[in-house]
Design a protein around this ligand. Structure first.
Ligand SMILES: NC(=O)c1ccc[n+]([C@@H]2O[C@H](COP(=O)([O-])OP(=O)(O)OC[C@H]3O[C@@H](n4cnc5c(N)ncnc54)[C@H](O)[C@@H]3O)[C@@H](O)[C@H]2O)c1
Length: 356
């Protein structure tokens, strides 16, 4: 069996968790990351610290390439040299922020959409049987979730219990004819292309549409990394700006470990052109208000927040994923972290770096 895993965005949250996980299973991992998160979000966003940690921990099973996924020839050369040894591809490199995308639409689309096509074509030419996992986003559903009949509670919005999506929104929601944000649209292009390489070229591709992906490996920045940035603000006593919806918007949160264990399940029994919503579901979700309450309980510190009336363009008022399609295909997979466990771990893991 081919034993090389190629991970893009390997110094980022999901990429680094993937590197550790598959190296731990005895596979050699080739990582691609050019620290572009530092360009997107400044010093807070740089993933260099995580790459340093990773190379120390994983040692010789890990080989790093500072390639930009926009560099089509660079990717083709790398995959030509690896050839059929590639047994799995996990594509996580991206411009991940809603708000940032509107600043530089060309850069956002070149990284998210064209970079994904570059990856798909390099894999099709040199390792077409390798399962190809793509981290898409629930933002492909644009602002359609905001048309759900939400009820306002004291700390969160909620769906009526008898609504078909009370347990979580599934993949049958339309991705069409709604406001996506520039970021959401570039991810739709990538998401559909990954499905197309599955259906058209019969490659084992899978799209994982994430809710909030989180974990201690996140380089928490204001524009990206919700729970990590909540915890960082409380620990460093920074002011967190809450944008709109009275802070009652709900997100489900999945720990990077739980997401990567889903990748492992797909790797063991790949399928063609699959699409899965992936998040913490009913097991792990919170509103902004609730996230601050939990972070304050864990740290013993008051949260410093500032309320901005205008919500972020296209931001979801309520999102809880249904993971039932994935669970039907991979019944052994389970979520293990809920929101309090995620925040507690972040607090414990970042004592040395996030200080007031
Ligand atoms: N974190 C979330 O809440 C969330 C939610 C839904 C979907 N996603 C998606 O999951 C994926 C991983 O997210 P994450 O939170 O790990 O992001 P991250 O920003 O932590 O990691 C992405 C990594 O990709 C690298 N990168 C960016 N552009 C690059 C380029 N042109 N060439 C090479 N490397 C590049 C960055 O330097 C970074 O280290 C992304 O595709 C993101 O859109 C994330």
């Amino acid at each position: 069996m081919s034993s090389v895993v190629v991970v893009t965005g390997s110094a980022g949250l999901i990429g680094s968790e993937s590197v550790r996980h598959f190296a731990g299973l005895g596979m050699d991992v080739v990582g691609i990351d050019n620290d572009m998160r530092g360009y997107f979000f400044g010093k807070d966003g740089s993933t260099k610290w995580n790459l340093d940690r990773l190379t120390k921990e994983v040692g010789e099973r890990y080989t790093h390439h500072d390639i930009d996924i926009r560099d089509r020839d660079g990717l083709l050369k790398l995959f030509a040299s690896l050839g059929k040894n590639v047994g799995l591809v996990i594509h996580c490199a991206a411009q991940p922020s809603h708000d940032w995308a509107a600043r530089e639409p060309f850069t956002d689309f070149d990284v998210n959409a064209v970079g994904t096509l570059n990856m798909l074509e390099a894999v099709r030419q040199h390792a077409p049987t390798a399962p190809f996992i793509f981290t898409s986003t629930n933002k492909v559903y644009g602002d359609l979730p905001n048309s759900l009949p939400l009820i306002e509670g004291s700390t969160r919005y909620e769906l009526p219990e008898d609504h078909k999506w009370y347990g979580g929104i599934d993949e049958t929601m339309s991705i069409d004819q709604c406001l996506h944000s520039v970021f959401g649209a570039s991810k739709v292009a990538a998401d559909v292309m990954v499905q197309e390489y599955g259906r058209y070229f019969d490659m084992p591709t899978a799209v994982f549409r994430g809710g909030t992906l989180t974990g201690p490996g996140h380089s928490a920045a204001e524009l990206h990394g919700f729970l990590a940035y909540v915890m960082r603000c409380v620990m460093e006593q920074r002011v967190y700006h809450i944008y709109g919806y009275k802070g009652k918007m709900v997100r489900d949160a999945i720990h990077s470990h739980d997401l990567v264990s889903a990748f492992e399940a797909f790797h063991k029994a790949p399928r063609v052109a699959e699409v899965y919503n992936m998040g913490g579901g009913r097991f792990s979700n919170c509103s902004h208000i609730e996230a601050f309450q939990i972070a304050s309980e864990i740290t013993g510190l008051e949260a410093r927040t500032d309320y901005v009336e205008q919500n972020r363009v296209g931001d979801h008022q309520w999102w809880i994923s249904s993971t039932s399609r994935f669970e039907q295909h991979y019944p052994e997979w389970k979520l293990t972290y809920d929101v309090p466990a995620i925040l507690r771990e972040m607090y414990e893991a970042n004592q040395d770096v996030w200080k007031a």
